[in-house]
Design a protein around this ligand. Structure first.
Ligand code: ZN
Length: 213
């Protein structure tokens, strides 16, 4: 990878944190903690455009599965930004309920269903002879919303809920889907793991010091 590309990827990771492994989780993860304080990665319509461009690189399957217009996002139009944040808030509560083994609220399911209603699907034959579901939406920019909603639907319906986690670091609120074979991942990233482990070592050392007092 070119050095500039690598730098761009690192900046994107710092800003958008593509650590969820699932598009819908990565949307939820655009709200994070930065040095312990809430940080919003989607402030302007341009942020949405940049996030979506990066999201398509991380989750290319939704580019294939969801068809619709790809017109440029108007820098002064906050309609999509607002709709994406409404969906994100509902998804955060739904995923929190799944992690905590409780039933999601009907209002949040309604938000998800309202987005799903903007698309319809049909089957298409691939050159390899497979039948593939393809989703189509006519409304401007609803491709972005629909892709996120379908990704959430897929996780809720087909995912193993025991693999859905919130990072265990006390300074992190990111969600991730654990695809490791052992299914024992506890942190969203190695940096959160390192922080948690050094904190644990620090506490142990302090306890040991107390024991000698
Ligand atoms: Zn984390």
């Amino acid at each position: 990878m070119q050095e500039r590309e690598l730098e761009k990827k690192q900046q994107e990771d710092e800003r958008f944190r593509f650590r969820g492994g699932v598009l819908a989780l990565d949307l939820v993860n655009t709200e994070k903690l930065k040095r312990g304080k809430p940080f919003e990665a989607l402030v302007t319509p341009q942020d949405v455009a940049q996030w979506w461009q990066a999201a398509c690189e991380h989750h290319p399957q939704w580019q294939r599965e969801v068809q619709g217009s790809d017109e440029a996002i108007d820098a002064n139009d906050t309609k999509l930004l607002d709709a994406l944040k409404t969906l994100r808030a509902a998804l955060r509560r739904i995923f929190t309920a799944l992690v905590e083994n409780t039933a999601p609220r009907q209002e949040d399911i309604d938000v998800l269903n309202n987005v799903l209603r903007t698309g319809h699907w049909f089957t298409q034959l691939s050159p390899e002879g497979d039948l593939l579901p393809v989703y189509q939406t006519e409304e401007a920019h609803s491709r972005i919303l629909l892709s996120c909603a379908l990704s959430a639907l897929h996780l809720i319906r087909e995912g193993e809920h025991s693999r859905l986690h919130r990072c265990e670091s006390d300074r992190c609120i990111l969600f991730f889907y654990d695809t490791t074979r052992s299914a024992t991942r506890r942190w969203c990233s190695t940096s959160c793991m390192d922080r948690a482990r050094s904190l644990q070592r620090y506490r142990q050392a302090k306890q040991a010091a107390h024991a000698h007092d």
